[in-house]
Design a binder for this molecule. Sequence first.
Ligand code: NAP
Length: 799
Amino acid sequence: MSEDCTDTRVVVVGAGPVGLLLAGELRLAGVDVVVLDKLTVPTAESRASTLHARTMEILDGRGLLERIGPVPHEGTGHFAGIPLDLTLPGPHPGQWKVPQTRLEEVLGEWAAELGADLRRGHELTGLTAGEDGVEARVRRHDGTVALVRGAYLVGCDGEDSTVRRLAGIAVTGAGATRELLRADVAGIDVPVRRFERRAGGLAVAARRPDGVTRVMLHAHGAPPRRSRPSFEDVAAAWKRVTGEDIGGGTPLWTDSFDDAHHQAEQYRAGRVLLAGDAAHRQLPVGGQSLNLGLQDAFNLGWKLAARVTGRAGDALLDTYHAERHPVGRAVQDRVRGQALLLLGGPATDAVHEVLAELTGHAGVAAHLAGAVSGLDVRHDVGRGGHPLLGRRLPDREVIADDGGPSTAFTLLRGGGGLLLLPPAASSAASSDASSEQDRLLALAAPWADRLRTANVTDPAGADAALLVRPDGHVVWAAGSGCGGLTEALERWFGTAAPTPAPTPAPTPEPVREPEHAPVHEPVRDPARRHTTAAAVTAAGTGRHGMDGLTGRTALVTGSSRGMGRATALRLAREGALVAVHYTSSATAAGEVVAAIESDGGRAFAVRAELGVNGDAEALFDALEPELLDRTGSPALDILVNNAGVTGDRTGPQDTTRELFDRLIAVNARAPFFLVQRALRHMRDGGRIINVSSGLTRVANPDEIAYAMSKGALEQLALHYAKLLGPRGITVNTVAPGITRNGNPVFDIPEAVEQMAGLSAFGRVGEPEDVADVVAFLAGPDARWITGAFVDATGGTLLG
Ligand code: NAP
């Protein structure tokens, strides 16, 4: 028997909707996750199909409703079989029908795209949880054994949870006393029924669009059974309760369930957590189990991610049990009440009548609808009197921090939180409000890597500044007696990102040539053709007023020299933490880091050879621990694919296969896999910039293979821009022309003069000319540019 071992950060057991949503949430925060499921293929059974308003908001908040497609919807649900209007205010009023199989399919695709490692045919057989981590022992469907180790393990493995058993987590509740039978049957024609109370029992029949009828029934007094009922059992019981014969139909699926209920006493035991049916089991009426489970996962994902990445401590993670256990208990109490009324027989008729009468009152109906839809959840987030404290924020029209119109729900899509401010103060009369907003923005700035800010457009949308958690719940409201903003930020968002050291006066770039004309003046006087590095630097390296990349992380490949070096320096000046990548000269890379640090910036060097097998993995394996150490997260915001090799003017006849392959491998293949790998941890709003060449637009027979490799590189922007647009990640190409890079050719005045003649400005490019363009594309002002080819050739392509 062979055995292998995988190390990850979080192990999720169970690839049902709850486990998959949790896996996606963890990946959204950049946390590595392995999902194990004993089934080799997803189940074809659609046990649950009802989604309620809060769950729809959650799915919408991750862009998943578009993937699911059109969803049938009805405004009326039920409580104990009594029709109940569920159309509470909100974007998704009512109840929505999505077969569980479809939901699993969509969640599985989403989690996998985000980089979750989904392993089917892996059955959990053993679990060791210690102070430092967990180890899951797994039997694969081929009989081999594997170990998966992580920092935490979450059991999303259903009501008979193996995780719960292996972790020794106790449950409280009561066993089953009544059974319900269920079957999907084709070829029958029985009246549609919604919880019809009959003398012999309860009957439900619903017709699906494909003509299949789902029947569900309870024959009064029928105790739970041990094995799955046959269709004959279901048909016989149906006949007893309704008098109708469905025995001639074709059964697609039969099932029985019961009114047993239990709840885990602890949703967290050290490094093991439970979510969904593993944490609570109740009679599945009205889709409560699925919705409750999905809402568990949404509550847990961001907290666990913050804990795993070291940004938050146990206190935040413990709020998962503190918040979700009471919600689960309240749902169970209501479900038990409904079970009594539905299955209790004629003895409960009178109570049923009274409840039906009460639901005729708008207040009672709204109260129950809030409970069924999940919109009534209010967490205990501490003191404070604002009505939204602890509740999920209703959606709001906003102006986002990037200046664009948006909505609060859209801004929460990236998995971070939100500081929501009243409308931007615009007149002198409101200068007090304006300075208060500036103060709050300054307080929140150290959390910029995990928090968006926005102003509501309608004053009625927020009477006070509100702090909203990644799961949409409001945890702080200005002036409501709930303490200071910083306190709330620390409590819910963890420790602030370290701020860069104060910036000393900028050190001038090394001057390579005597000073000539400033860069923006087109100089035609041959005597003044060469603009100097100093002039370029003076014109081009000014800060963006407010450290536009503070809190961002950047990787610039090939930044030990040339344009990469200038780009690293420039991004660091804008406030980014920069990874200076190199391959051959650690000394040169070290000097770039030292220059950045002496300028008050933050950087570190990272080595990896590109163009070889496993290059992207090796680079990120070196990069991520450094990012984790410095920021508490492996997340990358900016990737500049700058490293490149030329063909050294080897004409087409002399280009060997080896040279051709190397050009493609370094200039095109490596950036492709670097982007692929970077996306695993890239935050929404990220930037990808690929450095190509003007040679893809102007003929040079001596560099055909080089130009081909750059042409291939440019395809990344076109296609990835489309893919990543919904996440606010921009992907662009920058094409430099002839640029001084330290090559000895730039020491030959005649050669330089000839090269300078190609540019409309009459000089060769300086590395800073290109770095400034890259920095612009990396910054917030370039948010509206994606998929673009940006000509940074100094007008060389004008002909
Ligand atoms: P450069 O001075 O030639 O430096 C190249 C950088 O890429 C160095 O940091 C080098 O690292 C790194 N690099 C090269 N091959 C690598 C490999 N196999 N693995 C890892 N790193 C590797 O660069 P540049 O002239 O500034 O050019 C930057 C980019 O602009 C390149 O993509 C280039 O094709 C493009 N470009 C340049 C010009 C120009 O006139 N200079 C014009 C158009 C486009 P080590 O130093 O550690 O080896």
